[in-house]
Design a protein around this ligand. Structure first.
Ligand code: BGC
Length: 258
């Protein structure tokens, strides 16, 4: 069977649930994405309803493989952690739930893992040999490890305990907002420490920084004094959807086409 060239991706985030059909060979959306705000304290049933609505919005994609991201650990379709979402997710077979509402097979994966799949195929990590660490700076810190083009799923280096704190509670862009930190303060006092610890533990060849704040990367990445090359993500806010669509049909955890 030849590899599919199109897929449908849906990205579940704390503020919005977004989806679009994707040209897997270019990483471009085939139609404008649909975004629905995530209801406050949303649990599985509410989100499943929105996932069904988004999938149904693209009838031309009805037969396409469907990939969905989730902002927590996902093993075999079952949600294991939900640091920034309602705890009722934990233990839910969300893949089965989403497959039921959309009437098709679903691949469910962690949001940072999806972003890394997209960057490895079409963005800042494309063709990079060795070990690439993706970090997404948002409400939390998501991480993904791509080794020789293959994803090591569900790494959670955003929750490293550093100086007695859960790292994301101090170094995420959510923490920056909450505490009203300037870019230089955030970079010098928080990101610097975080990335030093991470590079000393993992020795990656490249670090890719995603999340909404990566649009402003020139305000903080040049301030970091670390040994590892560190670059902004290239796909920006499309990475989750593109990565989900790419991963939708991929066997195992390999990055399709890498
Ligand atoms: C979660 C990760 C997720 C990240 C970004 C963290 O709090 O534990 O699984 O990738 O937030 O959404």
């Amino acid at each position: 069977m030849s590899e599919p060239t199109t897929g449908l991706g849906i990205d579940i985030g704390g503020s919005g649930i977004k989806g679009a059909p994707v040209d897997l060979t270019t990483g471009e959306f085939l139609k404008d994405r649909l975004k629905v705000p995530t209801p406050h304290h949303a649990g599985p049933e509410q989100v499943a309803e929105i996932v069904g609505e988004i999938a149904g919005h693209f009838p031309e994609a009805a037969d396409l493989p469907l990939g969905i991201t989730f902002p927590g650990v996902v093993q075999n379709g079952v949600v294991r952690t939900a640091a920034n979402l309602h705890k009722s997710w934990i233990g839910t077979d969300a893949r089965a739930l989403f497959a039921q509402v959309t009437g098709r097979p679903v691949r469910l994966l962690n949001d940072a893992d999806a972003a890394a799949v997209a960057e490895a195929r079409h963005g800042a990590a494309a063709g990079v040999p060795g070990v690439v660490l993706m970090t997404t700076l948002g409400t939390g810190i998501g991480t993904a490890l791509v080794v020789g083009g293959n994803l090591v799923p569900n790494t959670e280096f955003g929750h490293l305990e550093i100086d007695g704190h859960d790292a994301e509670s101090k170094a995420s862009s959510g923490a920056k907002e909450r505490e009203g930190l300037s870019y230089p303060d955030w970079a010098h006092k928080r990101l610097q420490r975080y990335y030093r610890v991470v590079e000393d533990l993992l020795w990656p060849d490249l670090i890719v920084v995603g999340g909404g704040v990566s649009r402003k990367s020139e305000k903080f990445l040049p301030l970091l004094d670390i040994r590892t090359p560190i670059v902004p993500a290239q796909l920006r806010n499309t990475a989750g959807i593109v990565g989900a669509a790419l991963a939708a049909y991929g066997p195992g955890t390999a990055v399709p086409g890498a």
